[in-house]
Design a protein around this ligand. Structure first.
Ligand code: FES
Length: 149
């Protein structure tokens, strides 16, 4: 067993029902579920890697790519969508060469399209890390991205 995982696995009996709590612990420790993690879990629980992906991808809390240094969330809720959320999302994909749910190749950003961020009056809204940006345009977004190295 890989040393990095023994601390996590030692809390579990190795039953199939341990999968979700183990995935949660792995994500907490490493920030995401890597291919290596899936292999280790597969060995420990004696279930296939495909089964693990099948279960884990059902839950939006699990991520399979390494998080970027900064996290971009584009609101796709109704108010933001109507006011250009989709255009902002496409601009991010184009500018940063990244697709939703993944991270840029240089590890600078991860990018997500999310449901209502709870401040619809400010639509369209973009969140970068803990900062909320309101009434966003593509031009404003390009300027703001430069602040995050
Ligand atoms: S729809 Fe975007 S903040 Fe509510």
């Amino acid at each position: 067993m890989n040393h990095d995982y023994s601390g996590i696995f030692s809390n579990y009996a190795g039953l199939e029902g341990d999968l979700i709590p183990i995935l949660q612990q792995v994500q907490l420790k490493f920030g995401y579920i890597s291919t290596q993690s899936t292999k280790e879990i597969s060995k420990f629980l004696k279930i296939s890697e495909n089964q693990i992906y099948g279960v884990a991808s059902f839950y939006s809390q699990f991520r399979f790519t390494k998080p970027g240094r900064h996290s971009i969330k584009i609101c796709m809720g109704t108010a933001c969508h109507v006011k250009g959320g989709q255009i902002l999302s496409e601009a991010i994909e184009r500018e940063l060469d990244v697709i939703a749910g993944e991270s840029t190749k240089d590890g600078r950003f991860d990018f997500h399209r999310v449901a209502c961020l709870g401040c619809c009056a400010l639509a369209p809204v973009v969140q970068i890390n803990d900062d909320i940006y309101s009434q966003m345009t593509v031009i404003k977004l390009q300027e703001i991205l430069g602040k995050y190295e």
